[in-house]
Design a protein around this ligand. Structure first.
Ligand code: AMP
Ligand code: ZN
Length: 472
């Protein structure tokens, strides 16, 4: 399998360190608000990667942190403690906010068929571990105390900017966001491992440490949680592209300084979901949630489908029109699959099965090309294989795509009534399209489809029991 690696800036053959096993780490959400659908684009594409690795027979262990300690994230650095801001907004404690939005995040994931990672660690449960690793970095000479805080000394590294070639001069003119201005630092790129001098007067969560009462920096969370659960070597680290710098850059700096060797082999970064006015971000306050999509009548899997239609290394523009297109396409797809579910008998056509499975693996094995994999779904439907073969293939593909293809097709077929088995597939497809059109209140299209159905010799009627189809 070919996978693009942000470290080498090219596609590479993916080879796990231990044959048959993959260790995978994902930066989890900052739980001060609902995840927006931009965040969820990253989690959907990371989920597809995980599912495909499993599909190829690899044994994946995936770990995720939950950022519940207040600090600045790279998401529109506003200079506020996001957790505290969330708590104030809702008149709750930071821990209450964290619990509420952690649950909300996993609810959204469930709706989008995103698997919960094998291990999920809230940062606040790992304070002792952070202190242990920071102490070791101090002992090794990679960290220093200044103005009450503990900093990582980036000048001790041979190469700090591992993902890009930014230089100190670039930082000086403020080209990069995310590097904090702080007079105590020895070098511009140094970052805080442990704060005792809070930027926030009313910092709520604080812990004892050898350097005084304080709280950990953001980056140390992920390094420690990964190393503790996945060991000294990591196969794949995932995150949205905004995390590459400074967050992932700092994770590498401190992990490799601590370990004394290379830490993670492959870096998988998902490009952003943008709106017409720029990147969707939590801090801007204007963001779309899964619940909002549901309120507007979209199935969450339609959003997943929308994401899968594009490659994860291209930025994706969200507009309602684009989502509507994805919805119509998804409904038509389900309408094509629905008639197949009535007839599952028949032997699998081995040569067609292997050919189409080969195309699916070619697509997914080419740097998780989900857009291409979706076209293979259509190739299956167009193929001359029997219904049993088509259903078997679609069922397998959906283990990776997670689009509820068979379940929603069965639902659509059941809504259409029990006599559908005897009706030609071509008619059934039009019936399903008509149902979707009626649901969208597009009655002109529904009428047009009824006429097309009539031209094929069938009459379609809505009854209390559902859709009835009769031969004219
Ligand atoms: P956060 O909750 O801000 O820590 O972000 C959670 C994840 O969402 C991280 O992997 C971010 O890189 C990612 N992310 C943030 N904004 C976007 C966006 N507009 N599109 C895609 N991913 C994003
Ligand atoms: Zn992280």
């Amino acid at each position: 399998m070919q996978l693009y690696n942000s470290l080498s800036h090219k596609k590479e053959e993916f080879v796990p360190r231990e044959p048959g096993k993959v260790s995978m780490y994902t930066c989890g959400p900052t739980v001060y608000h609902y995840a927006h659908i931009g965040n969820l684009r990253s989690y959907i594409m990371e989920d597809v990667l995980e599912k495909y690795l499993r599909f190829t027979g690899l044994d994946v262990k995936r770990v995720m942190n939950i950022t519940d300690v207040g600090h600045l994230t790279s998401d529109g650095d506003t200079g506020d403690d996001k957790m505290l801001k969330g708590a104030k907004r809702e008149h709750k404690t930071v821990m209450e906010i964290a619990k509420f939005y952690t649950d909300a995040f996993f609810d959204d994931c469930k709706k989008l068929n995103i698997k919960t990672p094998d291990v999920v660690v809230p940062a606040t449960t790992y304070i002792d571990e952070f202190i242990r690793v920071i102490s070791s970095l101090m002992d090794k000479g990679y960290a220093y105390e200044a103005g009450g805080n503990i900093y990582f000394d980036t000048s001790k590294l041979d190469k700090y900017y591992v993902f890009n070639d930014f230089k100190e001069e670039d930082l000086a003119v403020g080209v990069r966001e995310g590097v904090e201005e702080d007079g105590n630092k020895r070098n511009k790129a140094d970052f805080v491992l442990w704060f005792t001098k809070s930027k926030f007067d009313d910092q709520e969560l604080k812990w004892e440490s050898p350097w005084g009462v304080g709280y950990p920096g953001w980056h140390i969370e992920c390094s420690c949680i990964s190393m503790k659960n996945l060991g000294e070597y990591l196969d794949i680290h995932c995150g949205g592209i905004d995390n590459a710098f400074p967050h992932h850059t700092n994770e590498i700096a401190q992990s490799e300084a601590y370990l004394g060797h290379k830490w993670c082999n492959y870096w998988f970064h998902v490009l952003h979901l943008n709106t017409n006015s720029g990147k969707m971000s939590k801090s801007s306050g204007e963001f779309l949630t899964v619940s909002l999509l549901e309120e507007k009548g979209y199935l969450p899997v339609v959003y997943r489908f929308f994401c899968l239609q594009s490659h994860y290394r291209k930025s994706l523009v969200f507009t309602w029109e684009n989502l509507d297109n994805a919805k119509t396409t998804y409904e038509k797809l389900i309408a094509k699959i629905a008639p197949l579910t009535a007839d599952k008998s028949g032997e699998i056509d081995k040569s067609e099965y292997d050919r189409l499975m080969g195309s699916f693996n070619d697509a997914m094995g080419n740097d998780i090309n989900t857009a291409m994999a979706v076209t293979v779904v259509y190739d299956v439907l167009k193929s001359s294989a029997n219904a049993a073969t088509k259903l078997a293939l679609l069922g397998e593909f959906d283990k990776v795509l997670g689009l509820d293809l068979i379940a929603n097709a069965e639902k659509a077929a059941a809504d259409t009534g029990s006599n559908s088995a005897d009706i030609p597939a071509e008619v059934m497809e039009l019936v399903e399209q008509r149902k979707a059109a009626r649901k969208d209140k597009n009655f002109a299209l529904a009428d047009e489809l009824r006429d097309k159905i009539a031209a094929l010799g069938y009459e379609v009627k809505e009854t209390r029991q559902g859709t009835e189809i009769n031969k004219i």
